[in-house]
Design a protein around this ligand. Sequence first.
Ligand SMILES: [Zn+2]
Length: 398
Amino acid sequence: MKKVWKVLSSTALAASLFAVPTMGSANQGPSPQQGENLSIEGFINYEELSKKLEQIQKSSQGKVSVETAGYTNQGRGIYKVSVGHGKKVVLIQSEIHGNEKTGTVALLNILQNLGSSNSPETRKILDELTIVVIPMMNVDGSELSRRANEMNWTEVVAKFPQLSNAKPAWNYYSYPGIWNYDTKPGFDVNRDFNPDLNYVPKAEDFPGASNKYGWYVTPEAQTVRDVYKDLKAQFGNVDVFVDLHHQGFPYVEGTDDRVTMSISGKFVTNPNSPGGQKYAAYADNFHYDFSRQLNLAAYNALQAKGNSVFTNISLYDQNIDLPGTALGSFALNGSGTVLFEVSGQTQTFGQKKKGQLVKTVETGLMGIINGVADESVYQLNPKEYENIPLSVRTPGGL
Ligand SMILES: [Zn+2]
């Protein structure tokens, strides 16, 4: 039965990374409060983020530095926060989807801790790693509590006149509904990436598709691309890239347990496997085993918490091919890559389980950070990644 579920899960479970998440679906359960429009107070808005970062920078006495890396389409600064002075680079971003907010809170907790603690563990991390955090990457989407940024196609054409006769990108939302995309259109920024970091938009590449590359037409994706390029120029490689998301409410395969968080190291077809030939140019840079080891480091850190919701971790859909995602493009560029997808969208979850979910993200991230800093991650057997249970839509599914 396992194979069948794998196939089913690839189409049915592709929630946050893959498509606009469906809400209020059939899978009602005791924990998620679907359909209830709970307050999102308790999550951090942009103003609070700015204040908090300033505070963390100040109290860290030079250990944490905050810069503005670029600006959103609506002119808000996108922060780049650095801590540590090691040779290995760990880049982490949150809220590329503006309604997926737990990651930002988890990142602030980690920055606060790394900036203030003098423990041997922290000193080791700061000596070995340069950690770069881009919290609330899609600030405009975050301020609207929605997935996409705020940018219309006319603005894209004004910046790239060569697109005047092109069809709008497939990931451009301009339909009516609760997100007001008809009056405030926007792009799913997490489809705007391209492994060619110097790509210039060409009309013939539009409207594109989910299994094709993005274009860096949004200033938000351009900003992250520029941070990535600068780090690559400075350090030779961005060793680790982690992207923090939210998903629907799957179950852990073979159990009646709701998934607390799904993880993944697979976003494009492996260039060295059948079907991956289209990525042949990137084959030498593709470090799938390292991505699997990083995922295991996160998984093991959560399992170590023992007998709690923190152990309800599953693999995200393993059959996706999304080269326009930040994770897909950066994996093809040589980064070990990790996706976190906590269960529940901000609007349907509110702050009910916020603390638990934030702690889950924090624990997983610290598993990765510690594993790279003390090099234990390189000792993990990548094949064990395949033993992490899959996500399924029904309880007990095998
Ligand atoms: Zn997402």
